[in-house]
Design a protein around this ligand. Sequence first.
Ligand SMILES: Cc1cc2nc3c(=O)[nH]c(=O)nc-3n(C[C@H](O)[C@H](O)[C@H](O)COP(=O)(O)O)c2cc1C
Length: 194
Amino acid sequence: MKKPAPSYKTKELREFGEVLRGRRTIELFLQTPVPDALVKEAIEAATWAPNHHVTEPWKFYLLGRDSIAACLGLVCDIVTAKKDAKAGEFKAKSWAEKPGWLVVSCRRSDTESTQQEDYAACCAATQNFLLYLWKAGVGSKWTTGDITKDARFFDIVGIDTDAEFVVGLIWYGYPKLTPTQSRRPFNEVLDELP
Ligand SMILES: Cc1cc2nc3c(=O)[nH]c(=O)nc-3n(C[C@H](O)[C@H](O)[C@H](O)COP(=O)(O)O)c2cc1C
């Protein structure tokens, strides 16, 4: 006799699903500091992401006050060059309100398939980080904006561009405002084959 599958209609699974669905990209943060120990727990949890051949291709850079200040100066310069000084200052001022800054990088590989798999693994690790924080009430924003492609940013963070590339800059903090989002109808994304 085959054993019936265990019930999946559990409170734990429902709550887990709520974390997955409820996480939102946060733009506006409270200035309440996020405990450093929580952030480090989230980074450790991130490293349990699946990664083919257990390459563990990720690296995490937790920015402190000086490196954040350098990034604010840099974004001011980038936006000033692209638009004007007023826009640069405005951008730097708005970024100064991002409480926590984490950069995730991925190891470079000479093999295209390994590079793809390693990048996928780093994205999975990043999502682990976001979800762990979200469950603790901490929101985040994953950005791949201009700054994350700028050589001066690599210098500030200490990215060795021969060996790694940036997967994202993650801002995190307690949300001031949690936006709503929608997704395409589920039947548009699922094909069930015979
Ligand atoms: C790889 C990646 C890069 C992203 N880069 C940016 C970005 O540069 N700027 C931005 O506003 N949002 C960025 N986002 C966040 C998306 O805009 C966001 O996930 C999307 O709007 C869906 O919202 P949600 O995260 O609340 O579901 C990025 C997300 C991912 C996964």
